[in-house]
Ligand binder design. Structure first.
Ligand SMILES: [Zn+2]
Ligand SMILES: [Zn+2]
Length: 120
């Protein structure tokens, strides 16, 4: 990975230890609780894959769809997820993280691709 800047807000990225969840994995609070969560890989939106914890999976529908470039009012959420597999390896890993957006680079890239595919 050669990205140094956030694909959404262009802030400088930090390199940090993260949990398997691509969405909340860079959250410092999560680093104390990640072992209590379950993780699974899903395919959603434009053939992309995300590994999410059980909380982020359930919460996904509360995102504003326009964050991903979908038209306002679009229903998004677990009904769009295709389950791929459980993730049993809960070990911490390293990823880049945007302190402004609060997400790991893997999630930011997912958002960026959704926006691009949606023509935003
Ligand atoms: Zn999560
Ligand atoms: Zn950012």
């Amino acid at each position: 990975m050669k990205e140094t800047f956030c694909p959404l807000c262009y802030s400088a990225l930090e390199f940090k230890e993260v949990t398997p969840c691509m969405e909340c994995g860079g959250d410092d609070f999560e680093l104390d609780h990640y072992k209590e969560h379950k993780y699974a890989e899903y395919e959603l939106y434009f053939g992309q894959r995300l590994i999410l914890c059980n909380f982020c999976e359930v919460d996904f529908g509360s995102f504003d769809p326009t964050y991903f470039g979908f038209p306002p009012g679009t229903k998004i959420g677990i009904q769009d997820f295709n389950f791929i597999k459980e993730i049993s390896d809960k070990a911490l890993r390293k990823d880049k993280f945007c302190p402004e957006c609060g997400y790991r680079l893997s999630f930011l890239k997912f958002v960026e691709t959704c926006k691009r595919k949606n023509g935003k």
